[in-house]
Design a protein around this ligand. Structure first.
Ligand SMILES: [Zn+2]
Ligand SMILES: [Zn+2]
Length: 258
């Protein structure tokens, strides 16, 4: 970019101010010369668009990713490298990105939020400050495995039943093939099972078409969610799960959507 700016007539002895915003490179330079200014705008605009497709760490092909509500542009490897995956080893150590966070035997008490999507684990029974606890979220692979592994008696009494019910009443998901549907929502692929709502009846011929489209979405994995959740073993597999799309369907679907 600097090279192109120099050719356009920008004096490189002057600083070029640039910032990163929403995962893009934004340059703020201005010339008194209106003609040069127009050229500068074209050049910086081009590189701003380009920067949204290049990993900001390694320069490989990337795309915009949201991370803790920040937007960054990363390749798949650097994106996955940053994303925490929960693991529990045979010694009951809870690991995040392979680093031991704490051992399940050390937990003095546990707490979950009301929809069970966030979990706090305390080492100290007296503590009620969530800042002192280790916090986990359903957006991390193996979160539900962790929730299931923590002994129920460590949770407040009014939460124990809810957690027990969740794992007791899981139903099979015809979209992703896991036993992960709870209260008409899949905890693993985040799709709703088919229902005869107005939107569904207008948008799809029938149930099998709905499932087929959801399966293709999942397979194409535009936001790399499935790649991130590849090692999630929170849920059992459904035995006779069927894939409803074929190669031809997928090509037609891609043509329509991408
Ligand atoms: Zn990269
Ligand atoms: Zn599912």
């Amino acid at each position: 970019m600097l090279f192109e700016l120099a050719i356009a007539g920008w004096n490189l002895e002057k600083d070029v101010f640039g910032t990163e915003k929403n995962g893009e490179l934004r340059c703020h330079i201005y010339s008194e010369n209106p003609e040069l200014n127009a050229v500068i705008k074209t050049i910086t605009g081009k590189y701003m668009a380009l920067s949204a497709t290049i990993c900001e760490i390694c320069g490989s092909e990337g795309k915009k990713r949201e991370e803790d509500s920040w937007e960054t542009t990363l390749c798949l490897n650097h994106y996955l490298e940053r994303k925490p995956v929960i693991n529990i080893d045979n010694g009951l150590n809870i690991k995040l990105k392979n680093k031991i966070i704490l051992n399940i035997r050390e937990i003095a008490k546990a707490e979950a939020d009301h929809d069970l999507q966030t979990l706090w684990l305390f080492r100290n029974e007296e503590s009620s400050d969530k800042m002192e606890a280790d916090c986990f979220s359903w957006q991390q692979p193996n979160y539900y495995l962790l929730l299931k592994t923590i002994p129920l008696y460590l949770f407040p009494e009014d939460q124990q039943q809810g957690i027990f019910d969740l794992f007791e009443h899981l139903e099979g998901c015809e979209i992703c093939g896991n036993r992960s549907v709870y209260r008409k929502w899949c905890l693993r692929c985040h799709h709703e099972p088919w229902n005869e709502s107005k939107i569904n009846l207008e948008g799809y011929q029938d149930k099998s078409e709905y499932i087929k489209y959801c399966q293709m979405d999942r397979f194409l994995d535009e936001d790399d969610y499935e790649k991130y959740f590849k090692h999630d073993i929170s849920f059992e597999r459904v035995k006779d799960h069927k894939i409803l799309f074929n190669h031809h369907d997928l090509r037609e679907y891609e043509k329509l959507h991408f």
